[in-house]
Design a protein around this ligand. Sequence first.
Ligand code: AMP
Ligand code: TRP
Length: 330
Amino acid sequence: MKRMLSGIKPTGQLHLGNYIGALSHFVEYQDEYDVYAFIANLHCITVPQDPEELQRNLRDCVALYLACGLDPERSTIFLQTDVRAHAQLGYIMCCHTYLGELNRMTQFKDKMAKGEKNLSGGLYTYPSLMAADILLYDADYVPVGEDQKQHVELTRDLAERMNNRYGKLFTVPEPLVPKVGARIMSLSDPTKKMSKSDNSDKGCIYLLDDLKKARKKVMSAVTDNEARVHFDPELQPGISNLMQILSSLSSNRPMGDIEAEFEGRGYGDFKRAVADKVCERLDMIQTRYREIVEGDMIRKALTSGAEKASKIADAKLDEVQKAVGMEIKY
Ligand code: AMP
Ligand code: TRP
């Protein structure tokens, strides 16, 4: 069985973009692949966090993994810090990453370009740690949203570099980016990505948003004056974004189908249909979430996940250290 691995940073609350671009696919792939899904709590401290808030977000993030359908019986769900090998291989990967490569990473470049002050060294070397996350498990596939594709491509380069230098150490992974929904845009500004760090709360639907609030966000989403439901991300970014949301939440319903259904009808009708779908899915997730936080499922899932993941990761780290010549042979 092919192996699949991915992670999400517990910075802030998970949102619909995380769900549609990444988390819903981890769940779907459980039937086909050996799924490893972790919470990237090392990656999240690359930007400042409030400790209490982070703790709450961590717990919610695991609970939402489970509530969205990740099944600890079939998949390995774990916290990144519970498997010490991530930080250690992360350092080794960092020593094999060129400054030029890190300088080219758009996520870091964007933050620099915005003139953000006091960016950390961790943020700069983040892609090397992400490579370690993936390579520790010899993952074949990495399902991610569009914004993470470049990091997975760097991981491929690093894997090939080390395989050439030390002999075959790593499986070279492939990114899996969904055709629809890889980049869900903000509802209040459809030229920007829906993001946890969205300044305006209106543009981002959180998975734990009150349903009335979520409905209101959809109904007041920014659209245009074209007065037709038509898929054209350039000319009609707001409507196209809502279409992507509707399509992804309806088993990738074709855009032509959605266009036909709403031909000659107003945006009000269309938005109501999107809001209904969003609220229906959120309701399902939230019901399950409430059961999970009341029970003992989080602790159990993470304990068995850490144990299973550590075995694989520790063995790989050992293999790498031997190949690089960092261990003494007795
Ligand atoms: P992050 O919240 O940055 O840890 O992202 C976790 C996963 O969600 C990654 O695979 C991202 O690519 C994906 N993701 C984040 N924001 C969006 C978005 N607006 N649309 C689609 N996927 C997203
Ligand atoms: N960098 C990813 C993000 O911001 C999170 C992440 C960390 C990840 N390590 C990973 C995703 C390994 C996939 C595989 O979304």
